[in-house]
Design a protein around this ligand. Structure first.
Ligand code: ZN
Length: 237
């Protein structure tokens, strides 16, 4: 039986901040912990969107492709989908959406998976560019990133809301990715306007963090909370 009551996260957002971009879990293993989620590939190579048990990579050249089971990721969050809220949602932008959803579904101090399927008046994404070792920091690596946009796009937003307290372990607040139905547009979501869509929310009491304890660079790193907080606010919002 697939556990639908927890988020499984490999790595931390914080480990990306100093540039620990080596993949430390295979996509195949990751998908045994969830059928839906988000992440990035080895070398900070693009944005990962996991929907219905398939993992896709949005690349910096704008292409989207399915990820093979032996490819690796430094950071990803997944869960098995079983939403406890399903509601139609119309004509709202990202800022209003986030305020409403936190208020209406009591998310403030709760982990939640967010999924929105529908038609979007506008969608704006960005994609992290692939890095080569020796790796730069996250802020340096993401200083210039290709951005993509579409109008009247059908597709799916997937991602998470996490309590602010967990900033560093993950992104405190919303962290959402997008994949269009035709796989022509994807990435880390920068903004959207909903035309008509279905919102699904899954609340979680449990958040499982799985650390890359066989990775030498991870073992040696001395993390600094303040640097991590600033970098996440700069690179992930
Ligand atoms: Zn992202």
């Amino acid at each position: 039986m697939a556990a639908t009551d927890k988020i499984f996260q490999h790595g931390t957002l914080g480990l990306l901040v100093p540039g620990l971009f080596d993949g430390t879990i295979t996509a195949g293993e990751l998908l045994t912990h969830g059928d839906t989620g988000i992440g990035t590939l080895d070398g900070l190579n693009g944005e990962v969107i996991i929907i219905n048990g398939h993992a896709y990579q949005a690349r910096e050249d704008g292409q989207v492709r399915e990820i093979a089971a032996d490819e690796t990721l430094p950071f990803a969050s997944v869960h098995f989908e079983k939403p406890d809220i399903s509601a139609p949602i119309e004509a709202t932008n990202q800022a209003d959406f986030e305020t409403q959803v936190v208020r209406d579904y009591r998310l403030r101090n709760v982990f939640a998976a967010i999924r929105i399927d529908g038609t979007f008046k506008t969608i704006k994404t960005r994609v992290a560019p692939r890095q080569q070792p020796p790796y730069k920091t996250l802020v340096q690596a993401t200083a210039t990133q290709p951005e993509f946009s579409g109008e009247h796009v059908q597709g799916t937003i997937v991602g998470y809301y996490a309590p602010q307290l967990f900033q560093g372990a993950t992104v405190g607040g919303f962290h959402l990715h997008f994949l269009s139905q035709d796989h022509q547009l994807g990435g880390h979501l920068l903004g959207f306007e909903i035309e008509q869509a279905e919102l699904k929310i899954q609340h979680f009491a449990d958040f499982q963090v799985h650390l890359p304890i066989d990775n030498e660079a991870y073992l040696q790193e001395e993390f600094d909370n303040e640097t991590i907080d600033h970098a996440i606010n700069k690179a992930e919002r």
